[in-house]
Design a protein around this ligand. Structure first.
Ligand SMILES: [Zn+2]
Length: 238
């Protein structure tokens, strides 16, 4: 036992100290949660930004492919014009027919190419709509994040205020701790926080469920400071 077993300690003070430690803990975890919520919201916004970028890239590459096909179409059209001009100067039937065949092949190729370009342009329209959608989504998420941040920040102010208040109360209550155990109390609560103290629950330690002897419970009732034999928490009556 780290403390003198004849030390008297007001049960109501222990109860109060424990309640204040629990409140400090709760408020501190609320404070820690705030920045995490803001960060999670930022991740959503970043995800939307990536989506917008991807949608824009899709338009860009579809446009490049389409432009390239249009260039090919144009150069094949020029080629057809050249071949047509040569028809008039063909020196033989064989050459004439060969030119005709080449023209027909080029025209066939360009017909397919035109269809592909048309499909490509339609696809670009669809991809542009996707960009608009993604930008709209991003705008919404940015707005949501601004609102979330404002809410969290204003709530954190309240929590911080409450925490300051509870800490002040704790400091005031700690002044009533018997001098003989003050150092031990400080050491215990520094390392174990609210778990340094525990109420008796159904004749057991409320911290670790260790069953307490009748003798221990009687001593606590008489106002003596008793540690849990298992977890060493300072026990008090609820
Ligand atoms: Zn215990």
């Amino acid at each position: 036992m780290a403390v003198d077993k004849n030390t008297k300690f007001d049960g109501a003070l222990l109860r109060r100290l424990h309640s204040l430690h629990l409140q400090v803990n709760d408020l501190e975890s609320q404070l820690a949660r705030g920045p995490r919520q803001i960060k999670a919201g930022e991740a959503i916004v970043d995800q939307c930004k990536t989506q917008v970028q991807k949608a824009r890239d899709d338009v860009k590459s579809a446009t490049m492919i389409c432009d390239e096909k249009q260039l090919q179409l144009k150069s094949r059209e020029d080629h057809i014009e050249d071949l047509k001009a040569k028809l008039n100067t063909a020196s033989s039937n064989k050459e004439f027919n060969l030119l005709k065949e080449q023209i027909a092949a080029d025209q066939q190729a360009n017909s397919v190419q035109s269809d592909e370009i048309f499909e490509g342009l339609e696809r670009i329209d669809v991809l542009n709509e996707a960009v608009t959608e993604a930008e709209k989504e991003l705008e919404e998420k940015i707005k949501e994040q601004q609102e979330r941040t404002e809410q969290v920040e204003s709530r954190l102010k309240v929590v911080q205020n409450d925490l300051d208040h509870v800490r002040d109360e704790l400091v005031a209550s700690e002044k009533q701790i018997p001098a003989s155990v003050k150092a031990e109390y400080t050491r215990l609560t520094a390392s174990r926080r609210d778990e340094a103290l525990a109420p008796i629950e159904d004749d057991s330690c409320g911290g670790c469920n260790q069953i307490l002897t009748t003798q221990m419970i009687d001593r606590i009732r008489l106002g003596f400071l008793i540690e849990c034999p298992a977890c060493a928490a300072w026990l008090y009556q609820k």
